[in-house]
Write a protein that binds this ligand. Structure first.
Ligand code: PMP
Length: 389
C-alpha cells in the first residue's frame, strides 16, 4: 500500500533514541540513563485532587485555555517563584504538556520558508515541529567552552532577513546550561533589531542549581516578544499527566487558543484539577526533588571524572553531556556499541543536532543504584575502547 506521506514527513529524521531503545528491548539486564523523566511519584495532594474530581464525575470539557482557576494559579506561581506578571484571563493558556506548546507556536506563526533559530545541541522536538510547520531550521551553535550558553556573536552569525523565531531553552536539555540576566542582555538588541519572536522553553526553570532561575520574559524591552513555554512534567514529576502552559501577549494567546481549540478542544480536565493544587500548594515539594537531583548530578560528575570523560559541569536540568571526542567514534556508534557490549543505554549527542556530535547525554533522573551501575558499565566500556584503539 502506498500511503503517500507528505514530502515534509518523509524528510524528517527518525528518532535515534527510539531506535536505540528498541535495540535495547531485545536484550536482557539493560540499564538506561536514556530518558529524561523524573522518578518521583507525583506529590500526593495533586493526585488526591484529581481522584476526588474523577469520583465526583467532573469529567467534561473545560474552556479551551483551561479552567480560569488553573490559569490564575499558574500566573500566581510564576509571579511568586520568578517575579513574572501575566494576566490569567488573557495572557495564559494550558497545553497538552510543553510539547503541544512547541507545536502550536510554530503552527500559528510560521509561513513557508520562515527561519527558526534553534540553539544546538538542543532539545530534539524543536526541529521536527518547526519543519512540519514549513519552517527552515537554522542552528545556532552553543559551545562547550562557553558552558553551552548562547552568545550574541553566535546568534548574529545565524540571523538572516528571514529569521522569525528564536528558540531558547535554559536550563537546557541536553547540556544543563543556564543563562543569567547578564547572559541574556547582549542578545536583546539583536532580538529587537531583527524583529524576532522568542520562544523561551523554561520547563527546567525550577532546576537551576547555582543561581536563581531568570526568565528572559522579565526584560521589559522584549516582554511582548517572548512566548514563555513551560509545564508540570519536570517540576512536579507529572510527565504522564500531559499538562503545560504558554504565557504571552494577549494577541498571541488569542490566536494560539483559537488554533488549539480546533486541535484538542482542551487539555484533560482531570489533569487540570491536579494542576491547580500543584501550582497553589506544592512549592514545598520542589526543594526536596531539586536536592535529590543535585546529589545525583554530583555522583555522576565524579564518576565521569574517574572514568576520564571530560564533562562541562551542568548548572541545571537533570542531564550531563560528557565529551567523547577522544575515541574518534560517532556518538551513534559509541552508543550502539555501548548497548551491545554493556547493555547500557545513553542518548547520542547527534540526536540534539549536528553540534551534539562528539557528546553523549546521560540523564541522571534515575536511582542512585542505577546511576552507579551505569557508571560501572560505562567505565568498563571506556577502558575497553582505550585498550582496543
Ligand atoms: N521541553 C524540553 C526542553 C523538554 O526536555 C521536554 C521533555 N523532555 C519538553 C519540552 C516537553 O515536556 P512535556 O511535554 O512533558 O511537558
Amino acid at each position: 500500500m502506498n500511503y503517500r506521506f507528505s514530502d515534509t514527513l518523509k524528510n524528517l529524521p527518525g528518532s535515534v533514541l527510539s531506535r536505540l531503545i528498541s535495540l535495547a528491548d531485545s536484550l536482557e539486564d539493560v540499564v538506561s540513563l536514556g530518558v529524561g523523566e523524573p522518578d518521583f511519584d507525583t506529590p500526593w495532594p495533586i493526585r488526591a485532587e484529581s481522584i476526588y474530581h474523577l469520583e465526583n464525575g467532573d469529567t467534561f470539557y473545560s474552556p479551551t485555555r483551561g479552567f480560569l482557576e488553573l490559569r490564575q494559579q499558574i500566573a500566581n506561581y510564576l509571579n511568586r517563584r520568578f517575579g513574572l506578571s501575566y494576566d490569567p484571563e488573557t495572557e495564559v493558556m494550558c497545553t497538552v504538556g510543553g510539547s503541544q506548546g512547541i507545536d502550536l507556536v510554530f503552527r500559528c506563526l510560521i509561513n513557508p520558508g520562515d527561519e527558526v533559530l534553534i540553539p544546538q545541541p538542543g532539545y530534539m522536538a524543536y526541529e521536527p515541529c518547526a519543519v512540519l510547520s514549513g519552517a527552515k531550521v537554522v542552528p545556532v551553535l552553543l559551545k562547550e567552552e562557553n558552558g553551552f550558553k548562547l552568545k550574541a556573536e553566535e546568534l548574529k552569525k545565524a540571523i538572516t532577513d528571514k529569521s522569525k523565531i528564536l528558540v531558547l531553552n535554559f536550563p537546557g536539555n541536553p547540556t544543563g546550561g543556564v543563562m543569567t540576566k547578564e547572559d541574556y542582555l547582549p542578545l536583546v538588541d539583536l532580538i529587537i533589531k531583527h524583529d524576532l519572536l522568542v520562544v523561551s522553553d523554561e520547563i527546567y526553570g525550577e532546576l537551576s542549581y547555582n543561581v536563581p532561575h531568570y526568565s528572559i520574559a522579565l526584560i521589559p524591552e522584549i516582554r511582548d516578544r517572548v512566548i514563555l513555554l513551560s509545564g508540570f512534567s519536570k517540576t512536579f514529576s507529572m510527565t504522564g499527566w500531559r499538562l503545560g502552559y504558554l504565557c504571552a501577549a494577549k494577541e498571541l494567546i488569542d490566536n494560539f487558543a483559537m488554533v488549539s481549540g480546533n486541535m484538542i478542544i482542551c487539555t484533560p480536565t482531570i489533569t487540570q484539577y491536579g494542576g491547580i493544587v500543584a501550582m497553589r500548594d506544592c512549592d514545598k515539594e520542589i526543594p526536596r526533588m531539586k536536592a535529590s537531583f543535585l546529589k545525583r548530578r554530583d555522583l555522576i560528575l565524579s564518576g565521569l571524572e574517574q572514568i576520564g570523560l571530560p564533562c562541562c559541569k551542568p548548572e541545571g536540568a537533570f542531564y550531563v553531556f560528557p565529551n567523547i571526542k577522544q575515541f574518534g567514534l560517532s556518538s551513534a556508534d559509541f552508543c550502539a556499541q555501548l548497548i551491545q557490549r554493556e547493555r547500557l543505554v545513553l542518548c547520542p549527542g547527534s540526536a540534539f543536532g549536528a553540534a551534539g556530535e562528539g557528546y553523549v547525554r546521560c540523564s541522571y533522573s534515575y536511582s542512585k543504584p542505577e546511576i552507579q551501575e551505569a557508571l560501572k558499565r560505562l567505565g568498563r566500556f571506556v577502558s575497553w575502547l582505550r585498550e582496543n584503539k
